[in-house]
Design a protein around this ligand. Structure first.
Ligand code: NDP
Ligand code: HEM
Length: 496
């Protein structure tokens, strides 16, 4: 025996031989009684869990949020106490690619954060863009189908993407960001993060404020062009994992400055009257000129996971995880997500996903959920297994009661899109780009439109024209150029 720990079965029995299966004679066959062999093979068959239906490829690390400023007039959340340091987990991801996808692909990046606060986990499950393609959760599954593989060809379909986008002009803002330089960051450290939705904060006096969350990279923005990405992927498909893991392993800790934009509760009505945009429309930003960034603190990533599967793959982020002092908003997309994520985790990981070490709050947890598959950590008082009870079980705490949301209206399915202005904000973005950025935007779009039927291209060009004639014309010119160079055809929608 050495001083290394003794190998055991999962039931703890010592293993005498881990090299040779138990056989009848030296040439076999093997015996059914070789339980240790069966345990190894059976475990291997269960090593995979379903990958995330979106954002399957990801990279993560632990860190700390340090609050350097005082925003307690907006929120009573413990995580925002001046000077507070809260342990956290970040997981970055691409949206469309599967778990084995190359990292340096043009796509929106997920920017998911879990803060282990003293009053429970607060998850901010954002992206590296401040807006999204659609503003109604009803449209999300259809949108995602266009990003995934075509049922017949099993290939990604440019036709499906541009067909959907051109029929949903609210996507223009996000499409412009995706096709711009920021659509292909070099590493997760060289991009901003945004909560994207409007959330709310509430303070000790019960006042509510609408809020947007921003995380600005201190590493600077760095991007690959499409051509550079081809070279990068040719050398390694894992460049984000290498960069993030390597940087932290080498003791260089990436940082982001955290900011909020704040809108007093009743001002949302004025905002809509003035701009024509709802403050809860996920395809729009709040202009910084009207709602300046307010500094909160800094986020640093400083520790790699020990076990990628247990800590990053099985991490479960829920937009529904808020804590006293942070609340939701009427944003329809956010409301849809409040259902979708815990439902996904119960399917992908299991009923008690919240009890896994990476997802477990770092404060006491007392609830009355019972039983189910793998009820880890459900050590409740055996007599107090219902509520209310007379046996000392946990009780509610009215001091953390959230102020009421003020909603009224008639129930219906409302189409705000047909009247909304989908063009002004992409225009503000487009006009910020210098000539080089514009020219890369045009050629990225032209490349992405390879093989798409002309009527769909024309429909999308009309939208670009409405943003800025120079946008439409630039893409037209790039398409002419691409046609002479690129013989590729998108066959995904060819006739059966
Ligand atoms: P501002 O000029 O005050 O802000 C511009 C914002 O755009 C900054 O947050 C900046 O982020 C970001 N930005 C700069 N260059 C690029 C780029 N090439 N691609 C994407 N984003 C970039 O203007 P407004 O607040 O009035 O917004 C104008 C437009 O800027 C919006 O329509 C929107 O498209 C975009 N934007 C706005 C944000 C907001 O919350 N208001 C957030 C992000 C983008 P950074 O400082 O990190 O460079
Ligand atoms: C992951 C649904 C919109 C950011 C997921 C997952 C689902 C989902 C089911 C997989 C969860 C898992 O298995 O762990 C939806 C629905 C949406 C929506 C229904 C709209 C109604 C958005 C938006 C953002 C976003 C608007 C960003 C602002 C993310 C991120 C992840 C994710 C970052 C990966 C989280 C992680 O790293 O584990 N989404 N999503 N999603 N989504 Fe969404």
């Amino acid at each position: 025996m050495t001083d290394r720990p003794r190998l055991t079965t999962s039931a703890g029995a010592p293993v005498a031989d881990n090299q040779n299966a138990k056989t009848v004679g030296p040439r076999g066959p093997v015996l059914l009684e070789d339980y240790q062999l069966i345990e190894k093979l059976a475990h291997q068959n269960r090593e995979r869990i379903p990958e995330r239906v979106v954002h399957a490829k990801g990279w993560g690390a632990y860190g700390t949020l340090r609050v350097t400023e005082d925003i307690t007039k907006y929120s009573r959340a413990a995580v925002f106490k001046p000077g507070a340091e809260t342990k956290m987990l970040a997981r970055f991801s691409t949206v469309a690619g599967e778990q084995g996808a190359a990292d340096a692909e043009r796509d929106v990046r997920g920017f998911a954060l879990k803060f282990y606060t003293e009053e429970g986990n607060w998850d901010l499950v954002g992206n590296n863009t401040p807006v999204f393609f659609v503003a109604d959760p009803y449209k999300f599954p259809d949108f995602i189908h266009t990003q995934k593989r075509h049922p017949r060809t099993n290939l990604r379909s440019a036709t499906a993407m541009w067909d959907f986008w051109s029929l949903c002009p609210e996507s223009l803002h996000q499409v412009t960001i995706l096709m711009s330089d920021r659509g292909l960051p070099q590493t997760p450290m060289h991009m901003n993060g945004y909560g994207s939705h409007t959330f709310s904060l509430w303070n000790d006096a019960g006042e509510r404020f609408w809020v947007k969350f921003h995380f600005k990279t201190r590493q600077g923005h760095k991007h690959f062009t499409n051509d550079e990405a081809v070279q990068v992927i040719g050398k390694s498909r894992e460049t984000y994992q290498e960069a993030l893991f390597g940087t932290i392993a080498n003791g260089h800790f990436p940082k982001w400055d955290m900011y909020i934009q704040v809108m007093p509760e009743m001002e949302a009505i004025e905002f809509e009257k003035k701009t024509g945009w709802s403050a809860f429309d996920l395809t729009k930003v709040w202009p910084h000129g009207d709602y300046p960034l307010i500094k909160v603190g800094e986020m640093e990533l400083n520790r790699n996971a020990e076990n990628y599967f247990a800590e990053i793959e099985q991490s479960a982020f829920n937009p529904s995880n808020v804590v006293p002092g942070i609340g939701f908003s009427p944003d329809k997309m956010l409301q849809g997500r409040l259902f979708s994520y815990p439902d996904a985790h119960r399917y992908r990981i299991g009923t008690h996903y919240d009890a896994l070490e990476v997802n477990k709050p770092k404060c006491p947890v007392h609830h009355y959920h019972r039983d189910g598959e793998m009820p880890m950590g459900l050590r409740t008082n055996p007599d107090a297994y219902y509520e209310p009870n007379s046996f000392g079980g946990p009780v509610e705490d009215p001091s953390v009661k959230e102020p009421p949301h003020r909603y009224e209206g008639e129930v219906g399915r409302y189409d705000f899109r047909s009247e909304a202005d989908h063009y002004s904000q992409p225009r503000a973005l487009f006009q910020m780009f210098d000539e080089g950025q514009k020219s890369r935007l045009f050629s990225n779009i032209a490349t992405a439109m390879t093989g798409v039927p002309q009527e769909i291209v024309d429909r999308q060009l009309e939208h670009f024209d409405k943003v800025d004639q120079a946008y439409g014309d630039g893409v037209r010119e790039a398409l002419r150029h691409a046609k002479t160079e690129n013989a590729g055809v998108d066959t995904s929608h060819a006739a059966e």
